[in-house]
Design a protein around this ligand. Structure first.
Ligand SMILES: [Zn+2]
Length: 127
């Protein structure tokens, strides 16, 4: 990746903006309201809404961790290097997902192994 100081500054701004956005969204969800109703249909509706909120919080928390890690890599000069195979991550991928920790091949492998979904594995098994 072309890591001129201008380019680093630009990526840093994108990452910091994304970080702020995620922090704000996660904070807004702090008060997940557990609604109660005597009506069973309402209960089912509330439960699925709650599930959706929890899944979103999961996803955003994970994204926030990736953004923070990318900012650290930027400071340490290892930004744009795949954390798994240490090959440069493609510029197109970085342009689309600046916080991507892995190159496309390693990400696909990780998705297959479910590495990025470890938090929800317990839930799936329990269900
Ligand atoms: Zn890789």
């Amino acid at each position: 990746m072309n890591t001129t100081p201008t380019e680093i500054r630009r990526v840093e701004e994108i990452l910091e903006r994304k970080q702020a956005e995620l922090v704000r969204e996660l904070r807004n969800r702090d008060g997940i309201v557990i609604q109660k109703s005597a009506d069973q249909m309402d209960e089912i509706q509330f439960a699925s809404e709650r599930d959706l909120v929890i899944r979103n919080v999961d996803r955003e928390s994970r994204l926030l961790r990736q953004v923070k890690a990318a900012l650290r890599r930027l400071q340490h000069g290892s930004f744009g290097i795949c954390v798994a195979c240490e090959a440069p991550i493609g510029p197109k991928r970085l342009a689309a997902v600046p916080w991507a920790p892995r190159c496309i091949q390693c990400q696909e492998a990780a998705d297959r192994d479910g590495q990025e979904r470890d938090e929800s594995v317990g839930e799936t098994l329990a269900a």
